[in-house]
Design a protein around this ligand. Structure first.
Ligand code: SF4
Length: 247
């Protein structure tokens, strides 16, 4: 079912100003991550996905607002967007002088990356790939979150992805582990998106105290000042972390 969500945002607070589009896929074929309540946002036909995606991409302004980066996400992986949508993305980039497109997806699709690189390079557009890693704590990531990347090292990941997502704020996580995750992330990847966890039905619990401890820490201020790290928090009412609320 296609949900009613905020699908276009302009992130002008990051050191990498970019337009973000949340597109509609045909569904996540992994579908097991314990914290994921967004994979239901999908279309049952290519036509239905394309119809929404065309509308969302029509909001992209690119050079008109001095931006040359488009961040594409969907409730699945980039490989699960219809290829017609991928064409619309490329056309939009060309029309709006976008020079870099960011595609986000699961590690299982890593061998597809080269085809997407070629596809966009034909029009002079670079691709950055982002992968949801969530944590380098193997026990939490695989036994609790069911992320589906067991025994994959940061070196393995960085051979295919330049950017990772880290998640913090679930019961069982600690600021100490977050520091380790960020340290590994900064060593191996160009950028990190740090998402503060929002609880989902039947998923891990949100650890409000742990989150407060993080926000009160010097480490948080260091990360806010680090141009390679963007922090997202859907519960942040003042929206200083630049995450829009669902409609
Ligand atoms: S791969 Fe992404 S969309 Fe699929 S279940 Fe995991 S978090 Fe959700």
């Amino acid at each position: 079912m296609i949900h009613d969500l905020v699908r276009y945002q302009f992130d002008n607070k990051s050191s990498l100003p970019r337009e973000n589009v949340l597109l509609v896929s045909l569904g996540c074929s992994w579908g097991k991550c314990a914290f994921c309540d967004y994979q239901d946002d999908k279309a049952s036909t290519v036509l239905a996905a394309d119809t929404v995606n065309k509308k969302v991409l029509a909001e992209v302004k690119g050079v008109e607002i001095g931006v040359s980066c488009l961040d594409v996400t969907c409730s699945a992986s980039y490989t699960e967007l219809p290829f017609t949508t991928m064409n619309y993305i490329r056309e939009t980039c060309e029309a709006k002088s976008i020079k870099t497109v960011i595609l986000e997806g699961h590690y299982i699709f890593r061998n597809s990356n080269e085809y997407y690189i070629d596809f966009f390079r034909q029009r002079g557009i670079d691709v950055m790939f982002r992968c949801g890693v969530e944590t380098f704590d193997e026990h939490i990531r695989e036994d609790i979150l069911h992320k589906g990347i067991p025994h994959v090292s940061p070196e393995d990941l960085s051979g295919y992805f330049q950017w990772i997502n880290i998640m913090y704020g679930m019961e069982g996580q600690t600021v100490k582990q977050l520091k380790t995750d960020i340290e590994i992330g900064l060593k191996h990847f160009k950028r990190i998106n740090l998402s503060i966890y929002t609880s989902v039905p039947d998923g891990p619990q949100r650890d409000s105290e742990g989150i407060k401890a993080f926000y009160d820490s010097e480490f948080y201020r260091e990360l806010m000042a680090n141009p390679r790290v963007d922090i997202f928090d859907e519960w942040d009412d003042s929206n200083s972390h630049n995450v829009g609320h669902d409609i």
